[in-house]
Design a protein around this ligand. Structure first.
Ligand code: C5P
Length: 243
């Protein structure tokens, strides 16, 4: 059975737990996501540990943001780990995004983070991003795609607008996904996995609803089964419906 388009966020306190979660969920999902905490604590070896023998795709969520030359060097440094996705901040600008795209190996998609979902309208105004957050998200999405980014990270509430902005062919990745009845925890703007797909998302980042379950493998299997029932031809991401 084809693994579901889910990236399980391995936000684990230690490497053993992360590797265990990865081995439990990989029969059901396409991708596992390694974030800054795990990567900084254990270094590049963490990638081999979570990939294990399964060959699951690894999403390296380092959210790089620096001058173009430095980001290019960082992207080059992780190329040998062959992550399928590496994140940068879109607000680093066109030249920085282009540098990351050029430096990343052919096996790695550069995904640009538009606006962090933790930032409110007031927070954005305080850093000079006046106006509606949606407008900043759309502007940064267009900028990143223009600079060669093949993927974007945005909230499920924004995914339809971003899809309309960038058209088909760009991978849209959405955190903030919660099955019906699940605890939203600290995620403010959430959608169900089914709705996120129908709105045009290609890859759903899901952490605690899976890793916080007593049986992460079963939780991943349940969400994956629900996603298989979604009629993606109704999706806003489907080429026939995109502009
Ligand atoms: O546990 P949960 O499903 O909330 O995990 C979501 C994951 O997505 C976490 O690793 C979090 O850091 C990440 N993320 C997010 N919101 C963003 C970008 C990344 O929740 N805007």
């Amino acid at each position: 059975m084809t693994p579901a388009p889910i990236a399980v966020a391995l936000d684990a306190p230690d490497l053993e737990t992360a590797a265990r979660w990865a081995s439990l969920v990989t029969p059901h999902v396409s991708t596992v996501k390694v974030g800054l905490e795990l990567y900084l604590r254990y270094g590049p070896d963490v990638i081999a540990s979570v990939r294990g023998a399964s060959g699951v795709q690894v999403f390296l969520d380092l959210k790089l943001h620096d001058i173009p030359n430095t980001v290019a060097g960082a992207a080059r440094a992780v190329t040998r780990l062959k992550p399928s996705i590496l994140t940068v901040h879109a607000s680093g600008g066109s030249a920085m995004i282009r540098a990351a795209v050029d430096a990343a190996g052919p096996q790695t998609q550069i995904a640009a983070v538009t606006v962090l979902t933790s930032l409110s309208e007031a927070d954005l105004a305080a850093i000079g991003l006046e106006g509606r957050p949606d407008d900043s998200v759309r502007r940064l999405a267009a900028l990143a795609v223009g600079a060669g980014a093949q993927a974007l990270v945005c909230s499920p509430r924004e995914v339809a607008a971003v899809r309309a902005e960038v058209g088909p062919g760009i991978t849209l990745i959405t955190p903030g996904v919660r099955p019906v009845g699940a605890d939203t925890q600290d995620q403010a703007r959430v959608a169900t996995p089914e709705d996120a797909l129908l709105d045009g998302a290609d890859l759903l980042v899901i952490g605690r609803p899976i890793t916080g379950s007593p049986d992460p493998g079963a939780a991943a299997a349940t969400i994956a089964a629900a996603l298989r029932k979604v009629d993606v031809s109704r999706s806003a991401g489907d080429a026939s419906r995109a502009r």
